[in-house]
Design a binder for this molecule. Sequence first.
Ligand code: CP
Ligand code: NVA
Length: 304
Amino acid sequence: MKHLLSIESLTAQDIETILGDTAVMKSTRGQHDEHPLRHQCWALMFSKSSTRTRVSFEVGIRELGGDALFLAAADIQLGRGEPIRDTARVMGRMLHGAVIRTFAQKDVEDFAAFSGIPTINALTDEEHPCQILADLFSIRETRGSLDGLRVAFIGDGDCNVARSWIWAAARCGFELTIAAPPKFQPPVELLERAGGKVRLTSDPSEAAAGADVLYTDVWVSMGKEEEAAYRLAQFQGYQINAELVALATPGALVMHCLPAYRGKEIDEATLEAHADTIFRQAENRLHTQKAIMACLVKNAQRSC
Ligand code: CP
Ligand code: NVA
């Protein structure tokens, strides 16, 4: 693993390694003997807003001994039309790693190919791999394993987070049911390509019945703001609330990648009742991403 560009590109063993290393990072925070990013400078190049991803990467880079450079894409020449390939070739000569949040998946792939430095997808329109790895860690931390897991994703089944869940289900072998309005279901072609135990329904109750995890994400992803009114109308009835939670396995986890819009994809009472899980997911971004960066640096040194 030279880059982390998607869950699709990971093997089950890669995921297992990252989750195992995350446990070590979490339990040894503040006591690391090794600083794998010492003398390194990593850039965060973001074309979309972020709280959790930005903070967790900046803190994580520093805790691993490196320096972080935040570049808002609009502030650099990329924002005025310089091609990603040229940006990558410049940055690859000065930096040791890059964390990129953008629109097109191809842009992170091109950046990785043309920069030659370890590159991490911090969210594209297609995937949000760091989020789902942290979520898998959070589930395993609570349940002890992913064996026999049944996840229900309720909401925008064709967004980046849902797509990363599809690949995670395929790689790790758990059951995933996506409940989404017909126009917001992932393409059948994607499900066929991924394989695994993934079901689609337009009925949130069907997905929630017997689930161990109820998961949701915003109804209006970044970049989709012009469709907001249409989306809010389409997603009525897809809220995670007490009624839906009552259908799940007793003690089921309610998860949200955040930011949350109370009264839309989740109601206030349900979010607050499950705040321990939801904000632990956010915290685990830090530990997971430290494990990912340490792994990429180790692999880069091996191939030198
Ligand atoms: N969940 C997540 O990626 O949050 P941010 O958009 O705040 O980084
Ligand atoms: N699907 C959301 C995830 C936010 C972390 C978005 O892309 O805006």
